[in-house]
Write a protein that binds this ligand. Structure first.
Ligand code: UD1
Length: 353
């Protein structure tokens, strides 16, 4: 059986890592990797392939950045040739980026079976490009690989239960394995920050937070006023927007840094006293790694992280100063994101169908 993974953005490379290994464990599976080129900076792409043991892509579409329509269209225009060349039995689409939607549409138009990994997540915020991509991909897919019970419920509510299999979350697979591998490694923080003292780790990259200069300035001011140093791992979009609007990523408590590679990121989250983010994956990684997280958004797809205040939503930045560093909540959290074997279940589900 031939499975084609289509990936393009940083969080998809993280999810691809455990899928590569699960495919390698199945002698009957031939795994082909297509990189759309949505993310092309080495720090957002190549280092993830290297650190997660992912082989070089079999095809690279090199689409680069653009408006949503142009970027998605450029991928779509090239996918037909790739699908004709490799003739996969299944296309596996990951998460909720523009690469996901392009892979989904290309596959179904050519009558190739489509599976969606991380199916059923909903923010119910129709301003988010990710929400459009999720809905489109879920409704096109032949097999919906859901990470959580809540995701299964969302799919059932949309009439998609028959095509859904609960497999767990592949990000748990890679996060927990990496945690165990890096526990003894030094923490990589910029000069001037003492990793032995409390510090917070921050990422901001959503268009809703970066593209309006007033909004971005308010977020940066709140981080600058934090009571502990804040290591800001700056996504290229954030750097570009800050530069365009003359905003400083380094004043007050803020210390800007390049994005971290995955193992160093996990190690830094483990060491941080708090995480501040608008990323989906990082909210969950903080939860899995026992670090309280504050999310600069009005809602989260990963509602399980809100349990006992492990994750606090603070879109208006009214609480940030008080909660950026806070005690870890007591009490058991269970395993809402699975047991670390989701990728094996996902590949088995493809074999079974
Ligand atoms: C994309 C995903 C988002 C995911 C994020 C992870 C969509 C709609 N969004 O957002 O869900 O959380 O990836 O990082 O697919 N840029 C570079 N170098 C790169 C890539 C991007 O400089 O390698 C800059 C460009 O200015 C680009 C901007 O970042 O225009 C945004 O990149 P894009 O791929 O459109 O979306 P992300 O914000 O990265």
């Amino acid at each position: 059986m031939k499975i084609m993974s289509v990936v393009g953005a940083r969080p998809q490379f993280v999810k691809l890592g455990p899928i590569v290994r699960a495919c390698a464990d199945q002698p009957s599976v031939d795994h082909v990797i297509v990189h759309t080129g949505q993310h092309y900076d080495p720090l957002l792409s190549d280092v993830f392939f290297r650190d997660l043991g992912i082989p070089a892509p079999d095809a690279h579409l090199g689409v680069g950045s653009g408006t949503h329509g142009r970027q998605t269209g450029a991928m779509l225009a090239q996918m037909d040739e790739v699908l004709e060349r490799f003739q996969p039995d299944w296309v596996l689409a990951y998460g909720d980026t523009n690469s996901t939607a392009a892979a989904a549409l290309a596959a179904v138009k050519m009558h190739i079976k489509l599976a969606h990994l991380e199916a059923g997540l909903r923010s119910f915020n129709r301003r988010m490009p990710e929400e459009h991509n999720r809905i489109v991909t879920d409704h096109l897919a032949d097999l919906l690989l859901a990470p959580t019970e809540v995701a299964v419920e969302h799919l059932a509510a949309e009439g998609l239960r028959d095509r859904t299999v609960l497999v767990g979350d592949v990000m748990t697979d890679v996060c927990l394995a990496t945690r165990d591998a890096v526990a003894e490694q030094p923490v990589q923080v910029p000069a001037g920050v003492d990793p032995g003292l409390p510090f917070a780790l921050a990422t901001i990259h959503r268009a809703d937070n970066t593209d309006d200069p007033e909004r971005l300035a308010a977020i940066l001011t709140a981080l600058q006023d934090a009571p502990v140093p804040v290591v800001l791992l700056a996504h290229p979009r954030l750097r570009a927007m800050a530069e365009r609007h003359g905003l400083n990523l380094g004043a007050g408590s803020l210390v800007a840094s390049e994005p971290l590679a995955y193992p160093q990121m996990v190690r830094a989250v483990m060491a941080a006293a708090g995480v501040v983010t608008d990323s989906g994956g990082l909210q969950k990684e903080a939860f899995l790694l026992d670090t309280p997280v504050t999310t600069i958004r009005t809602e989260t797809e990963w509602v399980e992280t809100l349990t006992d205040g492990w994750n606090i939503l603070d879109p208006e930045l009214t609480q940030l100063r008080d909660v950026i560093v806070r005690p870890k909540p007591a009490g058991l959290r269970g395993e809402p994101y699975g047991d670390g074997h989701a990728a094996e279940r996902a590949i088995q589900a493809l074999l079974d169908h």
